[in-house]
Design a protein around this ligand. Sequence first.
Ligand code: SIN
Length: 444
Amino acid sequence: MENQVETIVIGAGCAGLTAALQAHEIGKKVMILEKMPRIGGNSMRASSGMNATETDLQLKNGIIDSSEKFYNETFQAGGKMNDPQLLQYFTTHTNGAIEWLKQYDVDLGDLTTLGGMSLARTHRPTDTSPVGAYLVKKLAAAVENAGIEIRTDCKVTNLQQNATGFQLTVIQNEKQLHLECRKVILATGGFGASKELIKQYAPQYADFKTTNQEGATGDGLRLAQSLGAQLIQLNLVQIHPTVQQDNQHTYLIGETVRGEGAILVNNAGKRFVNELDTRKKVSNAIIAQPTGHAYLILDQKVFQRVKALGFYQSVGLVEQADTLAELASQINLDQQHLRETVTEWNAAVKKQNDAQFGRHTGMRTLDTAPFYAIHVAPAVHYTMGGIHIDKETHVLDENGNVIPGLFAAGEVAGGLHGNNRVGGNSIAETIVFGRQAGIQSSKD
Ligand code: SIN
């Protein structure tokens, strides 16, 4: 197949870009197809970081972590519904992923802690900027340097298998074309932007807004299913607890804002949950408040630890005041309650004992003006279910047999996260399993 594309990757988020680069490194001729006008997918919106264990950065910060601990915490957070083999592969390959990224000038030199983890495991850019856009930019530059062709505005409408590989029908700039290759990697993302599929599989969230980019409509699921793939756990849909949604656009307020010290209060100005419990628990706690929404409260110290906060402020999502009393009156909370809540929280941080809600990570006193508030409520964020794969990213059919030549990686695949994905595991998954798809698809 000289001069012909050996592998076609469908989807140009972090999983697709990684898979293509990895296969190219091994010497395969690869092409990437992306249905949207721009690359990046939902990866572009990932904010907080990339989880990894046993890394140099953790050790330099005195953090003694282990893949077993990572496994156990992720399994617990996922309601023990995670596929053990995928999880085992994942939790033992994140350090390798961090090392692999370094060759592409990726500098994840800062650490934070997200919900459901006992220590700082979330690696993020040294300047604390959002991880997703940063990684997409670096990976896209590497793809370009490698001479890998990316076609945008190119939607795969049909995928057929024949004796030598696959035939793809694509619509590119309104023209129908046919492409051929030996291997296909599906990296098309989840279905969090499809109202129809959310209504079908998680009707309880049918009226929720979404954090997803509009292309996340489950196309890869349909393509895989047309070749006999098994789809699993489609009813497991994650809502993200802190989404600003007062206007037409929804803005995900990254979990790292809480990881760096913000608290959540209800309309009475009181805390009501361990803010760094799992997303499932924090979202449910917000929904259980009489108003169904909450406020993130933070101070200047937290603000300086999360670059995205400057962006949230620039688009009008953040209330700011010189005192807590002023902040409370700006957002119509009881001044005394908010002051008492923050005083109690600061005392708990100093004692390192949150007797009320048992929070033990991301503890930082809120005592440095100005103070800030962001109004948040849960929104659809991530689809944990998807195409059934094995740990080599082969797509499996209804009987558990490998569909030869067909691979899937990233949010389009199901099973890794159980019933609740841990923040920071999605970006890690795109790199770990994107690489794995690139490697396994390169076997003859
Ligand atoms: C966040 O930073 O809270 C979103 C990214 C993720 O879902 O891991």
